[in-house]
Design a protein around this ligand. Structure first.
Ligand code: ADE
Ligand code: ZN
Length: 322
């Protein structure tokens, strides 16, 4: 069955990572930037290890050079998401790619993104919010101005603070300053953990950074005490199954722990991460969950309800997407 028309809530989508290859190619051509190496012969993004992916991702982002590029990007991405039945999406947005953490520059980029989000909501009926995201591999000092950008621009669009990037660099507690600042500003908190790291990384992310949500979190499954801890604290996992398969975080579908996590009682949601890089869409994620784990409408609807409950939005918006 194709789940294209089912209403969906997506919590984990990197704005730059959702850029169609044709969009990035067009910008590269306009700006005379040579990034041919990140594309495959079929015109899509090439594939490689996680380390390769992070470098290629950075290269793609060099073509995104001003607020107008981000406005157009966000509209294109929301149009695609809406076509797959997504009614609410949360974007990871990165000041590192939007003025390098400078607050005044970030405000200009954010204005453009907020315009695009408003236009998409009116024209396509898809609501969206932004989770300002620091990049772990740039280190704890670089995360501070990003947290400041998040705290200073909390509002209608920016409702969360997060961390992406190379999980095996630094420990979660090294980023306490940034997460404390974001929490004090009233932002929702999430960080990638347990995608590559073990259960210890997930536990520290929850206990030391106070994250209510975890990006991926799949490696929590091997530690039953941790699973109980996550259930007790009401932590929500932003699971991105196809991403895990394509990047090799799990070797095959039968090893993917989403069903075991759900069965143990964890709060599990479904997202695409960086859809064109992994050849996925929300429809495809749902089709794969049906095919490999027998998830039918009822389970998918529960994942959507859990996502709506964990969304970093106001209660009026939550009531609309529940
Ligand atoms: N940035 C974009 N996609 C990511 C992923 N899957 N893990 C960590 N950082 C990312
Ligand atoms: Zn991610």
């Amino acid at each position: 069955m194709s789940y294209r028309s089912m209403p969906k809530v997506e919590l984990h989508l990197h704005l730059e990572g959702a850029a169609p290859p044709s969009f990035i190619k067009g910008l590269a051509r306009e700006k005379h930037i040579d990034i041919d190496r990140i594309f495959a012969e079929d015109g899509g993004y090439a594939r490689g290890s996680f380390e390769w992916f992070l470098k290629a991702y950075d290269a793609a982002c060099t073509t995104l050079q001003g607020p107008e590029d981000f406005r157009r990007l966000m509209l294109a991405v929301l149009e695609e998401s809406a076509a797959h039945g997504v009614i609410y999406t949360e974007f990871f947005v990165s000041p590192d790619f939007c003025g390098g953490g400078d607050l005044a520059a970030w405000r200009d980029y954010l204005d453009a993104m907020t315009d695009a989000a408003d236009e998409a909501e009116q024209r396509m009926g898809i609501a969206s919010r932004g989770v300002v995201t620091c990049l772990r591999h740039l280190g704890p000092e670089a995360a501070k101005p990003i947290a400041r950008c998040a705290a200073e621009t909390k509002g209608r669009f920016v409702t969360g603070f997060g961390m992406a990037g190379a999980e095996m660099m630094h420990r979660p507690g090294d980023f306490s300053w940034a997460f404390d600042a974001a929490r004090e500003a009233g932002l929702g908190l999430t960080a990638h953990a347990g995608e590559w790291g073990g259960p210890d990384m997930v536990r520290e992310t929850v206990d030391l950074l106070g994250c209510a949500r975890i990006g991926h979190g799949i490696n929590a499954v091997s530690d039953h005490a941790l699973c109980d801890h996550l259930i007790e604290r009401g932590v929500t996992l932003e699971v991105c199954p196809v991403s895990n398969l394509v990047l090799g975080a799990v070797p095959d579908w039968k090893s993917h722990p989403i069903e075991e996590l759900r069965d143990r009682g964890l709060r599990v949601t479904v997202s695409t991460d960086d859809p064109p890089w992994f050849g996925t869409t929300m429809t495809h994620e749902y089709d794969m969950l049906e095919k490999h784990f027998g998830w039918e409408e009822e389970r998918l609807a529960i994942a959507n309800r859990v996502a709506a409950e964990a969304a970093f939005c106001d209660d009026a918006t939550r009531a609309e997407i529940l």
